[in-house]
Design a protein around this ligand. Structure first.
Ligand SMILES: *Cc1c(COP(=O)(O)O)cnc(C)c1O
Length: 465
C-alpha cells in the first residue's frame, strides 16, 4: 500500500516510511492511496475471531508487504497481551438497541492504548530493521503521555521524553507517567501550561540541528498507524453485532477527530455504518461545524472531560480530503484560510453530504454530570465524563432504524477521572487491581523551566547514548 499526503506535494511513501515520518513534509497528513474494501463474505468470515486475529485481517491491506505476515501476527499478539480483558474491547448492552464498547482495558485505562500498544512495537521493529534509533518528545495534558510511555518503555531503539504542565494534570494521570521506572523513559514537569509544553516541543522540532543530533520523532495523533489500529475495534463491534447484515451507528466522544475518523475508514472498507455521532463538551468546534458548515476556532475552556479540551481537530483534514474528492488543492486552501483567519467553511452541497453520515451533539459540564448520574441509575454503568458524553450523544443523535444498533465508545475507565465521577454520582471508582498500588509507587521526574535551551539540555542529559 502506498500513501499520499492530504496536501498533495509531499512524496508518496510506503507504510514503513509513513509510520516513521508521521506528519507529511508539506504539512499534510498521510492517507492510503486507495481504501481497501472487504467483501460481505470477508466481513462475515471474521465472526468468531479473536481480537488479534481480527486485527490482523483489518491491518494486513494497510501494511502490505512492509511486514511479513508472521511479523504482523507476532506484533499484534504482543500488542494486545497487555489488555486486562480477554475480549480486549468488550461490549456491554445498555439499551434495547444500544451498546457500549469498553476501550479502557489497556495499561493506562484509556482508548489511546489501542493505538499506542500497536505503535510501540511497530516503531521498534521498523527502527531496528533500519538500524536507526529515535528520540520521541511529546507534550501531554494527561492521557496521551502515559499511553505513549507505556508503549515505548524498555524499547532499545527509543528514548522517550514527555512534557506535562507542572501541577496541572490529575494525580492519577501524573503517576501513570512518573512511576514508570524504565531507563528510556523521562518525565519533565514544565513550569507552565499545556500550551507552553506544546510550544516547547514545537520549538525543538523547529531546530534542524537539534532534530538531527538526537533523531527527534513523535507519536502524535496524526500518525497513520494510530488511525489504522483504531479501525480494528469498529470492525470488532460491527462483526460481533451482526455486520454486514445489520446497520450500525457509532457515537464517539472526540475532539481531535482521530477516533471517529477511524470509524469512517471502517465504513470505507465496507462496514455498514450509516451514522457517526460526534460527542462534544463546551469545546464544540466539531459539533458547531456539523451544524453550520463552518469550522471556527474559539478559545479553549477547561471542562470535566479534559481530554477533549481542544480547538484544533488535526485529523479532520483527512475527512476534508475525502469530502473534496481527494482534491489536495482544496484542502490546502481551506487549511490556509483556517491558519490565517481561524475559520473555513465548506460549500452547502458538501455540508449536506456530510450530514448524511455525521451528526454532532454537545453537552455542558452540568449536563454531563447529570447524565453520569442518570446512566448509573438506569444501566448500572459508572461512566467517566467522556464516556457519558458519548452515550448521551448516541441516544440523541444515533441511528434508530428498525434492526440497527448504536455503539457508544467508552474511552476512559471511570477511575481515571475519580473526582468528576464521585462529584456526579457519589461513587468513587476504585483503580483496577493491577494499578491498586499506584499511589505507593515511587515517582521519577525532572522539573524544567519554560525554556527551549534548558529543555534541550535535559534531553541531551537523559539520552542513553
Ligand atoms: C484522547 C481522548 C479522547 C478524544 O480522542 P480524539 O483523538 O480527540 O478522538 C476522548 N476521551 C478520552 C478519555 C481520551 O483520552
Amino acid at each position: 500500500m502506498r500513501y499520499v499526503s492530504t496536501r498533495g506535494t509531499a512524496p508518496v511513501l510506503g507504510f514503513d516510511d509513513v509510520v516513521l515520518t508521521g506528519l507529511a513534509a508539506d504539512g499534510g497528513l498521510y492517507v492510503p492511496e486507495e481504501w481497501p474494501v472487504l467483501s460481505e463474505r470477508e466481513w462475515r468470515d471474521m465472526r468468531g475471531l479473536s481480537h488479534e486475529e481480527l486485527a490482523f485481517r483489518i491491518m494486513l491491506p494497510f501494511v502490505g508487504a512492509a511486514l511479513t505476515e508472521e511479523e504482523l501476527a507476532d506484533l499484534l499478539d504482543a500488542a494486545y497481551a497487555r489488555f486486562d480483558h480477554p475480549a480486549v474491547a468488550p461490549l456491554r448492552q445498555i439499551g434495547p438497541h444500544d451498546w457500549m464498547m469498553e476501550l479502557f482495558h489497556g495499561p493506562t485505562l484509556a482508548f489511546k492504548d489501542h493505538a499506542m500498544q500497536v505503535l510501540g512495537p511497530l516503531f521498534e521493529l521498523l527502527l531496528t530493521r533500519a538500524g536507526r534509533r529515535v528520540t520521541i518528545v511529546g507534550a501531554t495534558s494527561g492521557d496521551t503521555g502515559s499511553a505513549a510511555i507505556e508503549a515505548c518503555r524498555d524499547r532499545e531503539a527509543i528514548d522517550i521524553f514527555i512534557l506535562h504542565p507542572k501541577d496541572r494534570v490529575s494525580e492519577v494521570q501524573r503517576r501513570q507517567m512518573t512511576t514508570v521506572q524504565s531507563a528510556n523513559v523521562h518525565n519533565i514537569a514544565v513550569n507552565g501550561t499545556f500550551d507552553d509544553c506544546q510550544a516547547l516541543v514545537k520549538s525543538l522540532f523547529g531546530d534542524p540541528d537539534f532534530r538531527e543530533e538526537v533523531g527527534l520523532s513523535a507519536v502524535n495523533s496524526i500518525n497513520w498507524a494510530r488511525i489504522m489500529a483504531q479501525v480494528v475495534y469498529y470492525a470488532w463491534a460491527g462483526v460481533a453485532l451482526g455486520a454486514p447484515d445489520r446497520g450500525l451507528g457509532f457515537s464517539v466522544p472526540t475532539g481531535n477527530f482521530g477516533n471517529i475518523f477511524a470509524g469512517y475508514v471502517a465504513r470505507q472498507m465496507g462496514l455498514p455504518i450509516d451514522r457517526l455521532v460526534v460527542g462534544s463538551n463546551q469545546n464544540d468546534i466539531l459539533s458547531r461545524f456539523l451544524e453550520t458548515g463552518t469550522m471556527r476556532q474559539e478559545t479553549v475552556v477547561p471542562t470535566i472531560s479534559p481530554s477533549m479540551d481542544i480547538q484544533v481537530s488535526s485529523n479532520f483534514e483527512r475527512l476534508l480530503f475525502e469530502v473534496y474528492g481527494r482534491d489536495a488543492a482544496e484542502v490546502r486552501s481551506a487549511m490556509d484560510r483556517f491558519r490565517q483567519s481561524g475559520a473555513f467553511d465548506v460549500p452547502d452541497d458538501l455540508h449536506q453530504e456530510l450530514l448524511g453520515l455525521f451528526r454532532g451533539h454537545r453537552l455542558t459540564d452540568e449536563e454531563t454530570s447529570a447524565s453520569m448520574r442518570r446512566i448509573l441509575e438506569t444501566t448500572g454503568v459508572l461512566a467517566d465524563p467522556h464516556t457519558a458524553i458519548g452515550i448521551v450523544a448516541g441516544q440523541v443523535a444515533g441511528r434508530r432504524d428498525e434492526g440497527g444498533v448504536t455503539v457508544s465508545l467508552a474511552t476512559a475507565h471511570p477511575a481515571k477521572f475519580p473526582d468528576a465521577v464521585e462529584q456526579a454520582t457519589g461513587v468513587r471508582p476504585p483503580l483496577p487491581a493491577r494499578l491498586a498500588d499506584l499511589f505507593q509507587r515511587p515517582e521519577r521526574m525532572v522539573e524544567a523551566p519554560n525554556d527551549t535551551r534548558a529543555l534541550q539540555a535535559v534531553v541531551r542529559e537523559g539520552l542513553r547514548r
